[in-house]
Design a protein around this ligand. Structure first.
Ligand code: OSB
Ligand code: MG
Length: 399
């Protein structure tokens, strides 16, 4: 079914959504809070790049005269998935990004990226600030994030990402549990030595109708062509990021050698990189994560590019709290997100989420409809998981 999206020129018109005049031309950010939280994970999550037992996250809150808004930075504890990590994100935010934002006049979500552009990179840190400004602005306007981004669905299909377990038996037990819970797609984390056997075991036990895919987090190289081709008989929906981030040529070569569709995650850091990957024939599916690409608005531009080129996209995940999850669910409701996302219910990650928990219903999550991101941290829970917090006010952000 062909999907249509608004042309770029139509997308960000303020008037379209009845924004309050007070936000027209943007506002001043009065203060920004950086808050570090730590949430234990219900089970350790092992990937080709390491094992996580808790989610350490950086939350940001922007305050304007009109109202406030929350954002979540998806940088992880260690710089192993990408070059960013949570201490670095907090440091660059405090020393560089907050001063830029607090000294700017007429800030709105659409201008955050250009206000922060003098600082190179640090896309996850920037994305968190853009999300917080979007949340503040849309909350004041009474418009949900999903509506603002152009969502066309009220529920999204959910998949689940299964870490590398201690044994094949443990894997089958975990997958059985997730299928019972209703997840519509299973993704197995793989690495050299944990690939063909787990995929075969899951196919043998659960059959061919389960939607199954794998994610290598860049752990293979060109020497592994035969190993990756050995996955072809298992009818995987895709293989995610087999090779290193910058190896577009390698992925293009692999795409010609194997029948499993190749999807890129780490390789796609921007709209330009998405275009180059598609032009190179490096992938036929794109994983979109707002944090990885510098924000929700860049994520929508990548979505639009992929729709125009008939390339399927799906929403990736970064073990987000309910805040980041709410934004991902809104994004995944756009028409081009035709594959289930790594968007799981709160209880797949945490005993207690910091927002009202997201609960799976028939393998899907409801898209929040309340203004802004649509959820807020619950104060008592937020206090319990907070490790530290600091706030910069406008007058303190001296140039
Ligand atoms: O590569 O998609 C990835 C989690 C953290 C960092 C990278 C990845 C992941 C996941 C989990 O696969 C997705 C989720 O459920 O949030
Ligand atoms: Mg991935």
């Amino acid at each position: 079914m062909p999907v249509t999206v608004p042309a770029d020129s139509e997308r960000w018109l303020w008037d379209d959504c009845g924004y309050r005049a007070s936000w027209a031309g943007g506002v001043r950010i009065e203060e920004v809070e950086l808050r570090r939280v730590l949430l234990p994970l219900v089970t350790p999550f092992r990937t080709a790049f390491g094992t996580e037992t808790a989610r350490e996250a950086l939350l940001v809150r922007v305050v304007t005269a009109e109202g406030d808004g929350w954002g979540e930075c998806v940088a992880m504890s260690e710089p192993l998935y990408s070059s960013e990590h949570v201490d670095g994100a907090e440091d660059v935010s405090w020393r560089w990004l907050l001063p830029l934002l607090l000294q700017a006049d007429g800030v709105d979500a659409a201008s955050v990226a250009s206000v922060l552009a003098p600082v190179k990179g640090h896309r996850m840190a920037k994305a968190a600030l853009e999300m917080a400004v979007l949340d503040a602005q849309l909350t004041v306007a009474g418009v949900s994030l999903a509506t603002h981004l152009g969502a066309t669905r009220s529920v999204v299909d959910c998949g689940v990402s299964v870490g590398i377990p201690p044994s094949l038996d443990a894997l089958l037990e975990v997958v059985a549990g997730h299928l019972d819970e209703g997840y519509r797609r299973i993704k197995l984390k793989v690495e050299p030595g944990w690939d063909v056997e787990p995929v075969r075991a899951v196919r043998e036990r659960f059959g061919d109708t389960v939607m199954l895919q794998v994610d290598a987090n860049g752990s293979y190289g060109r020497r592994d062509l035969a190993r990756l081709a050995a996955l072809d008989p298992f009818d995987l929906a895709l293989i995610e990021q087999p090779f290193a981030d910058d190896d577009f040529e390698g992925h293009a070569l692999l795409a010609r050698e194997i029948s499993t569709p190749i999807c890129l995650d780490e390789s796609i850091g921007s709209l330009g990189e998405a275009r180059r990957a598609l032009d190179a024939g490096a992938c036929s599916v794109v994983n979109i994560k707002p944090g990885r690409v510098g924000g929700l608005l860049e994520a929508v531009r990548i979505h639009d590019l992929c729709v125009a080129r008939n390339v399927a996209v799906w929403c990736g995940g970064m073990l987000e709290t309910g805040l980041g999850r709410a934004a991902n669910v809104a994004l995944a409701a756009l028409p081009g997100f035709t594959l289930p996302g790594d968007i799981s219910a709160s209880d797949r990650y945490f005993d207690r989420d910091i927002t009202e928990p997201f609960v799976l219903r028939d393998g899907r999550l409801d898209v929040p409809t309340a203004p802004g991101v649509g959820v807020r941290p619950i104060p008592g829970i937020l206090e319990d998981v907070t490790k530290s917090s600091r706030t910069m006010r406008r007058h303190e952000a001296a140039g």
